[in-house]
Design a binder for this molecule. Structure first.
Ligand SMILES: [Zn+2]
Length: 146
């Protein structure tokens, strides 16, 4: 059984290399990680992750992976929170971009419709002018004939 003593704060310098964020997957030494129960007076029965090699050889004040499980899980929660907030930021940005794009599309469509209506109106006006001019000419011609 491993004999980790002292609080995590007193071991920060020693465990510099063994410090990890979140749940450790593997020690830098290439060894797997085991979950163990602390037997220390400071942290009785507190669960921790430890390098298999360091645990097997009962190493102390080494720099192999050591991480309290509750702290590791807290890290994971923090990471998840950050991930969620980042994802939400990205989604919000994408939604805003989409809304802007849709607004621009809509503007374009409306503008095109206005142009269409204008063009149609113009061609109708031209037809009306032609028809009335022709009408006038016919009337004028008829008047002349009489
Ligand atoms: Zn190790």
């Amino acid at each position: 059984m491993s004999n980790i003593s002292g609080s995590s704060s007193s071991s920060t310098n020693v465990h510099e290399r063994g410090r990890v964020v979140g749940v450790p997957k593997r020690c830098w030494s290439g060894e797997a990680i085991v979950a163990k129960n602390s037997k220390s007076d400071h942290n009785p029965n507190r669960r921790y992750f430890r390098c298999v090699y360091a645990a097997g050889n009962k190493l102390m004040n080494d720099n192999h992976v050591f991480k309290w499980i509750d702290e590791a899980l807290l890290d994971e929660v923090e990471t998840m929170k950050e991930f969620i907030s980042e994802t939400m930021k990205v989604e919000k940005k994408m939604q805003m971009e989409l809304e802007k794009k849709m607004e621009m599309e809509l503007e374009k469509v409306i503008f095109e419709r206005i142009e269409d209506v204008k063009a149609e109106f113009k061609s109708r006006m031209n037809k009306m002018i032609i028809v009335s001019v022709l009408g006038c000419m016919i009337i004028f011609g008829l008047v002349k004939l009489i």
